[in-house]
Design a protein. Structure first.
Length: 215
């Protein structure tokens, strides 16, 4: 798995998205609203998932807190919401401290994040979220499960699926098809480099498109 993750870290996120389209026959990219909120750092790692739902109980997000300590190092913590307000923060500074302490590589949230100034100043931890909000989950959400399939940004994510993200957005690679997706993404990267070089050499976009048939 480590070698696979390292290899995905070397290919363009857009190429990974195109490769998922081709290999899996469906989209892998999350809604554009889920974007970097802390910095422009790339993230790449296997998903560790949490599901939350609306509540009026004042209870801590226990499944998320436990998962941060228990997930394998190098995980991307994914938090999904099956009902409720997307403008409530499901992640903050203390959860970031726990994620950094346990060697995780990022978080992907279908809700909001808070404590941005603290996270930027102290951790620089990459967080891709739907929104930013000071509002707590207490009395609004509760966690109901961890390490289960969840739907985030229009895409179902299974535990262990590979998430790749940068300023272009986040793409989900199904674990069972990851090697084939990687191979196709590497081929796309190589062709695009050749095509860009031809366009610059010939000073013609049309010639590049005519030879490679890709835009």
């Amino acid at each position: 798995m480590n070698e696979l993750i390292q290899a995905f870290n070397t290919v363009a996120v857009a190429s990974v998205s195109d490769a998922v389209d081709k290999v899996c026959g469906r989209r892998g990219f999350l809604d554009a609203a889920i974007k970097p909120r802390i910095n422009d750092k790339r993230l790449c790692g296997p998903a560790a998932t949490v599901l939350e739902t609306a509540t009026d109980e004042f209870v801590p997000p226990q499944h998320a807190l436990d998962l941060i300590d228990e997930a394998p190092r190098g995980s991307v913590i994914v938090i999904a919401i099956d009902a409720g307000q997307s403008d409530v923060a499901v992640w903050g500074g203390l959860m970031t401290a726990g994620a950094v302490a346990n060697g995780h590589v990022g978080a992907v949230l279908d809700g909001a994040v808070r404590d941005l100034a603290e996270i930027r100043r102290d951790y620089g931890f990459p967080i891709y979220a739907r929104d930013v909000s000071p509002a707590t989950t207490l009395g609004r959400y509760r966690t109901v499960a961890s390490q289960v399939p969840v739907k985030v940004g229009g895409v179902v994510i299974h535990p262990g699926d590979i998430l790749v993200g940068d300023v272009d957005g986040v793409v989900v690679v199904p674990r069972g098809q990851a090697e084939e997706v990687l191979r196709v993404a590497q081929e796309i990267d190589a062709r695009e480099l050749e095509q860009a070089q031809l366009i610059l050499q010939e000073k013609s976009l049309r010639k590049g498109l005519a030879k490679y048939g890709r835009i």
